[in-house]
Design a protein around this ligand. Sequence first.
Ligand SMILES: Cc1cc2nc3c(=O)[nH]c(=O)nc-3n(C[C@H](O)[C@H](O)[C@H](O)COP(=O)(O)OP(=O)(O)OC[C@H]3O[C@@H](n4cnc5c(N)ncnc54)[C@H](O)[C@@H]3O)c2cc1C
Length: 382
Amino acid sequence: MSGADGVVVVGGSVAGIRTARALREQGYDGPVRVVEAEAEVPYDKPPLSKGSVDADACVPLITLEEAEALGIELVLRRRAVALDADRRRLTLDDGNVLSFDHLVVATGLTPRRAPYDVEGVLVLRTLADSRALREAIARSQQVLVIGAGFIGAEVASLARRHGVGVTLVDPEPVPMGRVVGTELGGRFAALHRRHGVDTRFGSTVTSLVRVGDGYRVLLSDGDVVAADAVVVGIGSEVNVGWLAGSGLLVDDGVVCDERGAALRAPGIHAVGDAARWAGVRVEHWTSAVDQAVCVARSIAHPDEPAAPAPPAYVWSDQYDWKIQLVGDRDVARLPEVVEEAEPFRLAATWHDAEGRITGGVTVNWPRESVRMRAALARGGAA
Ligand SMILES: Cc1cc2nc3c(=O)[nH]c(=O)nc-3n(C[C@H](O)[C@H](O)[C@H](O)COP(=O)(O)OP(=O)(O)OC[C@H]3O[C@@H](n4cnc5c(N)ncnc54)[C@H](O)[C@@H]3O)c2cc1C
């Protein structure tokens, strides 16, 4: 069932830790080591942009005691710097070389800063980022958020809940338009405005300079905005630079088959945000967990392949809205929308030409989201 060198997982966030746990749950009895660049005991990311500014957002993915009990060796504060896929050797930043029978790449993403890489400008990906953001919101009167995707929208919501003024800038006409379409995106724009956000959709930041303890920001609509803190949420880059020269096929993530096996690299898998399975790379928590379970099964029971991954699912908490997205949403087309006023809830569904559901969005309607996921798992039949 296992070789002497066991499994090395690179990246100790949700995809990596869930892989290590799932290996044990599925009876893998060889060595399991998780190499993680950060010093923190592994923690989860979704809480970093949610909750209250006054509360720390650390939710552990595993404790040191659990890791020890499960026989999972956490190699913290160590960065993988090179991989030799043919010889199955991984080099760490302290010069140590680890041999492995199986390697799982789970190195995730790094937020993009350019072209707003000005001193003190904040991004949000790590626990340290979250602590810096919460401190900044707590001492600010006005925050400027660049980018109204999931991260920017949740940061705006976090700051408003703390009573801080927010300007939210995005070149798109509505927030999250790329994932929910213009019609629903318009409702999200209205949500931000209802909560007092100064929304500047369809605008960009043309200059950002530090002035004293704050910032002076020129927008493309000609307005000048002053802010005590600036947060950038404009997307991320995949952490695959360390794989240069490894022999792995890398193209917007580690290129894998439909079960996470790296192409042309026996013994190597990739999971989570850094993995591109069957041509698709997903940046969502639930996919990372589903992929971890699937890959652990392939390693622990190579003769019993895992079931195909369930349809993509993502949630976001903004103000008093719980937003849930499932499947593929053809956002160029209008969805079918059902909504109720008191208390407010909404379900939007996209169908294919045969009337099968392909994807959907719900607001404050978890049961409907579960129903959509079940229909998608059945192939889209209602
Ligand atoms: C603030 C925030 C809120 C989110 N909210 C939601 C949400 O509400 N719903 C949802 O579905 N998704 C959400 N997500 C997305 C979700 O958290 C990610 O999809 C998930 O974290 C991906 O996990 P991962 O393990 O693949 O990558 P990551 O979480 O990025 O972890 C990668 C790990 O690898 C480590 N690493 C990188 N390079 C190396 C190296 N060379 N050597 C060793 N270690 C390395 C990093 O330090 C990191 O710990 C959110 C993300 C963020 C940042």
